[in-house]
Design a protein around this ligand. Sequence first.
Ligand code: ADP
Ligand code: GLC
Length: 485
Amino acid sequence: MGLTGLLTPAPEAARRVLFVVSEMADFVKAGGLGDVAAALPRALRDRADMRVLIPGYREVLERTGPIEVVGQTEAHAGLPACAIGHTVLEDGLPVYVLICPALYERDGSPYVDRAGQPWADNAVRFATLSRAAALIAAGDAGLTWQPGLLHLNDWPCALAAAYVRWTGCAATCLLTIHNLAYQGLFPTALAAELGIAPSQCEALDFHGQLSFLRGGIVHADRVNTVSVSYAAQITSPAEGCGLDGLLSGRAALGHLSGIVNGIDASWDPSTDSHLPAHFDVRNFDGRDHNARHVRRAFGLPESRGPLFAVVSRLVHQKGLDMTCDVAPQIVAAGGQLVIIGGGEPEVEAQVLALARRFPGSVAAYIGFDETLARRMFAGADFLLMPSRFEPCGLSQMYAQRFGCLPIAHATGGLIDTVDDGVTGFLFNGPESDMLRRCVQRAFRTFRQPRLMLAMRRAAMLRPSGWDVAGMHYMNLYQRTSEARA
Ligand code: ADP
Ligand code: GLC
């Protein structure tokens, strides 16, 4: 992308942006999307009028200040009427909250119930969110503010691009794909309930089901994803999740691009209030203190060997099976391994069995704990991230920022953010043997303190803020808003 493009002021419509999202770390976070939703609108605020639209989950209603009802959406087909609340977060970020207690005020995550099962009415829940975004864009929700551009994130709001098209509204839509593997697939028999006419189903059709994500990819003016490498990979049959043909077509027209995520300024080992001890590139003493703290927290004994960490959703994507395969060698070579995560019951069971097999060397915590995760990045020597695919990945960026070197599969955003042999280690091919060899390289590096220190420093100094990504997004907003000119 040329610098000229980056410096051209965005047109008016590209500077009134409704950022639509189903999770935001301020309130509720299931993965990296929540972090991006909390950071990106803030990173763009001095360049655009950024406002967020999020469902009124219990956590949102409880954690915001007063919410003023400023609009409403009417019921449509099987989608219920909602109120639109408005609140301003402590730092001034305006947030619209889609209020519908029957759909959103529940115990559980945005997507699944307490037992980990997707909510049975997810199609209605997220079609309602999508339609509300489209009504706001059309000026049909009673608000005094109207966005020129909708920035949609992943399948839960992808359908907004379709509703915008079907209603003939002039706003343009950018769809960001954070993970192509989650499409939002629902029975086609639900179409009428979602207010989708039979003739409109074709754009959403994925092997006889409705794919919300496909609808978004077809109808959004521009599509992007969260790294340059993943943008290229998803146009291939191997990584395209059955949507590669469609995505290749959009790429050929210049409508698909990749922008690597950033991380926010709270990830600073010299100031992070979650850490027992602070450190920076000049003084690493605090790191040892944090490592002792992490070992204690996981019930592991003191050790002079390397400490490996996993901070991850425990799902097939993240390659925990490979980590479990390689763990015996880590232990045999004098390393220890701490794991935090939650997700698929089989993967959780596999991780717990590993910890039982190697007491004193491997320990696992099943659950979500932001403080412990930050301490692990700040104390561990290496982060294992053998993801089979990784659209961007934030954990490896957090780890680097805290001087913990990622050992990662060379895929997607991991290629774009880890400099092999400089800020971490990459291996080719998602296979246990390849990971094993990469772990051996890490052990060799650990035994050379000067090299280890140089790599830690390089990792910590790697630029990873939102400024560059922010410039690229402003440029993409501009191109998106010109798409139908
Ligand atoms: P994904 O979005 O695919 O899960 P990312 O690496 O982009 O992967 O983002 C994951 C985010 O969730 C990171 O902020 C990571 O630190 C955090 N995370 C994952 N699991 C846990 C956990 N069990 N406890 C605390 N933080 C976690
Ligand atoms: C998704 C991806 C992850 C990415 C995150 C934020 O959850 O799996 O790679 O970092 O979204 O964009």
